[in-house]
Write a protein that binds this ligand. Structure first.
Ligand SMILES: Cc1cc2nc3c(=O)[nH]c(=O)nc-3n(C[C@H](O)[C@H](O)[C@H](O)COP(=O)(O)OP(=O)(O)OC[C@H]3O[C@@H](n4cnc5c(N)ncnc54)[C@H](O)[C@@H]3O)c2cc1C
Length: 290
C-alpha cells in the first residue's frame, strides 16, 4: 500500500472540488488498514475515509489528514443465506447487483444512492421511506485502538446521521435482506430510477441533497425554490434549475463557491420561513457554512 502526498480531493468527490489531502492511501485488506491507521497515529494525523465522495465538500486549501479509500477485500461483497456482507468500500451498485442476483430484496431503495456501504452507515443514507437503519444487522468498526462489531443501536442512527466520528473506519457491513422475486426487484429498481431521473439532476456533478429536510410542511427543495434560488450562481456553483436542494458544478466550481451558495440559501430560508436549514453534506477540512 502506497501512501501518496498531494492527491487532489477534487478527484475523489462527485462535485469535483477540493484541494489536496496531506496523505492518501487505498488499503485493500484489514492488515493494510491497520497499518495506515498506525502510520497516521505515529504522526498525529487525523484520518478520514472517503467512499465515493458523493456527500462530501472538501476544503479548497486541502485537508490536513490521512484520507483513505477502501478497496480490494475491503470493498468485496458476498451473499450468505439472507445476509449480504459488504466491505466498507463496496459500492451500493455492486451490493444491489449481488442482492438481485441472489433474489434478495430490501436494498432496492439504495439503487439511486451513488455511495458505498461505509458512507451509507455514516450518513444513515436513505430514500423512499427506507434507510440504512432498516437493513443493518451489524457493522465492523476499526480504529487505531482496535476492531469490533457494533449494532445499529450503538451507532445512534437517526435521520441522515450516525454517531460515528473520523478515525472510526467502517470496514465491513452485514445487511439483513429477505427473499424476493428477481423480476419484482428489477421492476422496483426501474421504477425508482425513472422517478429519480424525472426529479433530480442525476447527470450533473453534485453531492446530492445540500440540506436536510426541516421540520416544516415544505421540504428543503421546495423551500429554496420558493426563495427564488433555482439557477442562483456563484462562480461555477449553481443551484440546480431542476431541484433547488442540489448544487451543480457547472464548470470550474470551487468548494468556496458551493459554501457561498449554501450561505445565501440559508439566509433566504431564515428570512422568508424563519427556518435554520442544516446541511446534509459532510464538510472535510477547516470549512463551515455561515
Ligand atoms: C446524485 C446523488 C443522489 C443522492 N441521493 C441520495 C439519497 O437519495 N439519499 C441519501 O441518503 N443520500 C443521497 N446522496 C448522498 C450520498 O450518495 C450518500 O450520503 C452516500 O451514502 C454517501 O456515500 P459515500 O460512500 O459516497 O460517502 P462519502 O460521501 O465519501 O462520505 C460521506 C461521509 O461518510 C464517511 N465515510 C465514508 N465511508 C466511510 C467508511 N468506510 N468508514 C467511515 N466513514 C466513512 C466520510 O468520511 C464522510 O464523512 C446522493 C448523492 C448524489 C451525488
Amino acid at each position: 500500500m502506497k501512501i501518496e502526498e498531494g492527491v487532489a480531493l477534487a478527484r475523489l468527490t462527485t462535485i469535483g472540488t477540493g484541494g489536496a489531502a496531506r496523505a492518501f492511501a487505498r488499503p485493500s485488506s484489514l492488515p493494510e488498514l491497520e497499518r495506515a491507521l498506525a502510520w497516521a497515529a505515529e504522526r498525529g494525523l487525523p484520518v478520514a475515509v472517503v467512499g465515493l465522495g458523493s456527500n462530501v465538500l472538501a476544503a479548497d486549501d486541502g485537508v490536513d489528514s490521512l484520507v483513505l479509500r477502501l478497496v480490494g477485500e475491503l470493498a468485496a461483497v458476498r451473499v450468505e443465506g439472507e445476509q449480504l456482507r459488504a466491505g466498507g468500500g463496496a459500492t451500493n451498485a455492486v451490493c444491489l447487483h449481488h442482492a438481485r442476483t441472489a433474489g434478495l430484496g430490501g436494498f432496492e431503495f439504495a439503487c439511486a444512492i451513488p455511495g458505498t456501504a461505509g458512507g451509507g452507515v455514516w450518513m444513515n443514507a436513505g430514500a423512499y421511506g427506507s434507510d440504512w437503519s432498516g437493513i443493518l444487522l451489524r457493522v465492523r468498526v476499526i480504529t487505531v485502538d482496535g476492531d469490533g462489531w457494533v449494532t445499529p443501536a450503538e451507532l445512534g442512527l437517526s435521520y441522515r446521521h450516525s454517531e460515528l466520528h473520523h478515525g472510526q473506519v467502517v470496514a465491513e457491513v452485514e445487511y439483513g435482506l429477505a427473499r424476493r422475486d428477481v423480476e419484482a426487484i428489477k421492476a422496483r429498481v426501474a421504477e425508482l430510477v425513472a422517478q429519480r431521473k424525472a426529479t433530480q439532476p442525476t447527470n450533473r456533478r453534485t453531492f446530492g441533497s445540500v440540506f436536510k429536510n426541516p421540520q416544516h410542511e415544505l421540504g428543503a427543495g421546495r423551500m429554496l425554490e420558493a426563495c427564488g434560488l433555482k439557477g442562483y450562481r456563484i462562480g461555477g456553483a449553481v443551484v440546480s434549475p431542476m431541484h433547488a436542494n442540489f448544487i451543480e458544478n457547472a464548470g470550474g466550481a470551487t468548494t468556496a463557491n458551493a459554501l457561498a451558495v449554501m450561505a445565501e440559501a440559508r439566509r433566504r430560508a431564515r428570512e422568508r420561513f424563519g427556518v435554520d436549514l442544516r446541511h446534509e453534506v459532510e464538510l472535510l477540512g477547516p470549512i463551515s457554512v455561515e
